[in-house]
Write a protein of this length. Sequence first.
Length: 116
Amino acid sequence: MDIETIRNICQSFPSVTEDVKWGHDLVFSVGLKMFCVVGLDEMPVSTSFKVKDEEFEEIANRPGFKPAPYVAKYKWVLIDDITRMKRADWEFYLKQSYELVKAKLPAKLRKELENN
């Protein structure tokens, strides 16, 4: 697994934007709300994403995972090395994160994004 694969997965979802925030984080968003953050200046590469409330504790306690700094209260986890998960798991969790974040957008914005 590498950053380019994560980028390809995230960019496969509708209406996704990508930018660099805080000078060193690659951020993927939907409706200007983040759903995936990749640390560009770390080796190994770490990534944060949102999970379901009921999955948070279990995932955050897996080896290599922890509650994501600053956003754990919103049920975000951080994986310390992106090679710890297989591509199929990345596809599942990134899609889930995207859908969870998109679902919280205002109805009008969600409708606009779906029509684009």
